[in-house]
Design a protein around this ligand. Structure first.
Ligand SMILES: [Zn+2]
Ligand SMILES: [Zn+2]
Length: 369
């Protein structure tokens, strides 16, 4: 039995669709028939060689789909169930997982993110000649993906399957950021960069009762999208500092999120804070990139910088799914374009050129809504 998968053969791309054997789940794992996979900047960093990862590999790390098969020992999941999976696959047994800090899972970073394998040290994806294809998270740019059961969550009724894919990274990372900030109702929030994750933070800040929720971006169409998703105000970077001050009695934001990972947006997010404020960076930068921080302002003004990576799947994904079920966040409203698997390469090129407003999906054509 074969399936189609989009393979990155070398840094720089392109992603090329080929037929490979359908993977088999081992103990504690689930085979998901993928409905859709979100198009995320982190994959793009790998394509461009800004984040080191072995090739040939299958990228794609936010997926929704239907359970096709469960491995030995998996309880509570049955074939036919609609599910979503996040990009962090918690091993469940390392120092950090045991502490509930699954966003720091040691084995996820050491095995999956560095070597492209699952927790027995091997990949599930191979060519017919036996060549291993390394897995970035679950390797979601394929018709089927093996996911550890610790990261497979049933999708509540009433949520459309394909667009639910973005719960696995864009909205998942956004919820992690809001939780890392310890955001409280009534706090003033600024969100620098209104891409997929930034828009998710706008939605969740609104859901948590923040006000004002200010979106900052260079692109007018992204600011318009942010306002449609609940931002109370929207500014260009040039307007942002004065705009946020005017809205906060001259003080600045309680919390500023940074969702792009560039030195200039990192500094801007710090500049938007009030004294004692929290800055939460979630944007990943190419390896080695630094951003300057004014030491005396950081000390004297008691600023806090709280790095946030993804979220804690088993703690946060059930919460995220309830927020979506309750209508507190609009999952589908962030999805702005869909591409078949054959166009996966095009989708990432559009993302690279800044042409994706919201989130793009690669859909596998299973006839799902
Ligand atoms: Zn992502
Ligand atoms: Zn772990």
């Amino acid at each position: 039995m074969v399936m189609r998968a989009a393979v990155l053969n070398r840094v720089g791309g392109p992603l090329e669709v080929e037929e490979v054997p359908i993977p088999q789940p081992k103990a504690g794992e689930v085979l998901v028939r993928v409905a859709a996979c979100g198009v995320c900047h982190t994959d793009l960093h790998v394509i461009k060689g800004e984040v080191a990862f072995p090739t040939p590999c299958v990228l794609g790390h936010e997926v929704s789909g239907v359970v096709a098969q469960v491995g030995p020992g998996v309880e509570g999941l049955t074939p036919g169930q609609r599910v979503v999976a996040s990009f962090i696959l918690p091993c469940g047994g390392c120092y950090y997982c045991v502490r509930g800090e699954e966003d720091l899972c040691e084995r996820f970073f050491a095995l999956n993110r560095l070597k492209g394998v699952l927790y027995d040290g091997t990949t599930r994806l191979f060519r017919r000649d036996g060549t291993p294809l390394w897995m970035y998270s679950m390797g979601g740019l394929a018709e089927y993906a093996v996911v550890p059961a610790t990261d497979v969550f049933p999708l509540p009724e009433g949520l459309a399957l394909e667009e639910a894919a973005i719960l696995g990274c864009a909205l998942f990372t956004a919820l992690g950021a809001v939780r890392t900030a310890g955001l409280e109702g009534g706090e003033a929030v600024a969100v620098v960069a209104a891409g997929g994750v930034g828009l998710g933070i706008v939605q969740l800040a609104r859901a948590f009762g923040a006000y004002p929720v200010v979106a900052v971006d260079v692109r007018p169409e992204k600011l318009a999208k942010a306002k449609a998703l609940g931002a109370s105000h929207a500014f260009t970077p040039e307007e942002a500092q004065e705009g946020v001050r005017d809205l906060t009695g001259g003080r600045g934001a309680d919390v500023a999120f940074e969702a792009l990972g560039r030195p200039e947006t990192f500094r801007l997010a710090l500049d938007l804070l009030r004294d004692g404020g929290r800055m939460v960076p979630v944007g990943i930068a190419p390896q080695g990139v630094e951003a300057g921080v004014e030491i005396t302002r950081l000390v004297r003004r008691k600023l806090r910088i709280l790095g946030s990576y993804g979220a804690k799947p088993r703690k946060d994904m059930p919460l995220l799914l309830r927020l979506a079920q309750a209508g507190a966040i609009q999952v589908g409203a962030e999805v702005t374009e869909r591409h078949p698997l054959e166009e996966a390469d095009l989708a990432y090129r559009r993302l690279d050129r800044g042409e994706v407003v919201g989130r793009a999906l690669v859909t596998m054509g299973g006839g799902y809504a």
